[in-house]
Design a protein around this ligand. Structure first.
Ligand SMILES: Cc1cc2nc3c(=O)[nH]c(=O)nc-3n(C[C@H](O)[C@H](O)[C@H](O)COP(=O)(O)OP(=O)(O)OC[C@H]3O[C@@H](n4cnc5c(N)ncnc54)[C@H](O)[C@@H]3O)c2cc1C
Length: 313
């Protein structure tokens, strides 16, 4: 079997490099650690083990889940040996970000700065320097948390994801990746290999605004990402994605309907904000009430569109 290492059989003191994860889960069951060196082998291992295996990228979600017993896989399939997934490239009008690229890498990438600097709005509120150096873009999407900060801006930018599957590679719109709360629609053996985002063109602007209980390293209470395409003062394209206010991040239908064909003035933006607050389906929890989250959506949507408009102009 490719890249297989039996951590449990080598004793509980052995650790996954860099993660300090012992070879047992929270209730003492053994976990086998696999480190394939090709995407094909990784997909094959995941297909073979089915729902007893999970992929491991940066581990900033997986390890927390293992420690608190929220996940109990028999196999961890590490993606660390898949070096091709750490690359960022720009060509043919498309920015391609490998699934293992970290937020810190996005921050220092010339390709991101020149073609999609709006992504850095989400990186700016993302965790701590340690988390930004460890977490991955693919992991952020596949954790399918509604509060994941990269998802709304990528949805607003109409991103697609490249999938590696036992049947070969294919691409899907990012919006089709998500099932329900914390669940992707990926089948066993399927991995996200990259994210593809159209490079910024003339008249385009996007922005992400998030509210958390601290400026950074706090779970987003509500987030809004806006995209505008302006031509001769008219809005000919608009998208708004919301995070943390429904079971998954989602695109607000009303944004396109209200804004396209207008000048995208403040009155229209405020109308979109109001409709977005209605379309949202937030919960009340320790970080904020449903009512507070709806108010946040209204304000954050307007602010994100105003910033997107400035950038588009
Ligand atoms: C202290 C702390 C602060 C944090 N702050 C933030 C924050 O501000 N904003 C934010 O959005 N998140 C934050 N997070 C959550 C986490 O860091 C991110 O969701 C991160 O991007 C997950 O990436 P990872 O590589 O660590 O994923 P992992 O933990 O390795 O994996 C997450 C999930 O995705 C699956 N997976 C990973 N890669 C793939 C792939 N390529 N294909 C298919 N499935 C895959 C795994 O099986 C797992 O289910 C924080 C976490 C911690 C511990």
């Amino acid at each position: 079997m490719p890249g297989r290492e039996e951590f449990a059989s080598m004793g509980p003191a052995l650790r996954v490099p860099g993660l300090r994860l012992e070879g047992k889960d929270a209730v003492g069951r053994s976990i086998e650690y696999h480190r394939p060196s090709s995407l094909a082998d990784a997909c094959e291992l995941l297909r073979q083990f089915g729902d007893t295996a999970i992929p491991l990228a940066g581990g900033t979600d997986v390890v927390v889940d293992l420690r608190r017993g929220a996940k109990a896989p028999k196999h961890l399939v590490s993606l660390a040996g898949l070096h091709g997934l750490r690359e960022i490239s720009l060509g043919g009008g498309m920015l391609r970000i490998g699934a293992l690229v970290t937020p810190a890498q996005l921050q220092s990438s010339e390709e991101v700065l020149s073609s999609r600097p709006e992504l850095l709005d989400a990186v700016g509120v993302f965790g701590t320097p340690q988390v930004r150096n460890r977490a991955t873009v693919g992991g952020n999407l596949c954790t399918a948390a509604s509060c994941a900060d990269l998802t709304p801006i990528l949805l607003a930018l109409d991103a697609r994801v490249g999938l590696a599957t036992p049947e070969g590679p294919r691409g899907i719109p990012l919006v089709d990746l998500f099932g329900d709360h914390r669940a992707t629609l990926l089948r066993p053996g399927h991995l996200v290999s990259e994210v593809m985002i159209p490079a910024k063109g003339p008249g385009e602007g996007a922005a992400y605004e998030a509210f958390g209980l601290r400026a950074t390293n706090s779970i987003t209470v509500a987030g809004a990402a806006a995209y505008l395409l302006l031509e001769e003062g008219q809005c000919i394209g608009a998208r708004l994605a919301l995070g943390a206010v429904a079971p998954t991040a989602f695109l607000v239908k009303a944004a396109t309907e209200v804004l396209v064909g207008t000048e995208g003035g403040d009155a229209e933006l405020e109308e979109v904000g109001r409709l977005a607050a209605v379309e949202a389906a937030p919960i009340s929890d320790i970080r904020g009430s449903e009512v507070h989250r709806r108010e946040l959506v209204e304000r954050l949507a307007v602010r994100a569109f105003q910033a997107a408009r400035r950038r588009a102009q």
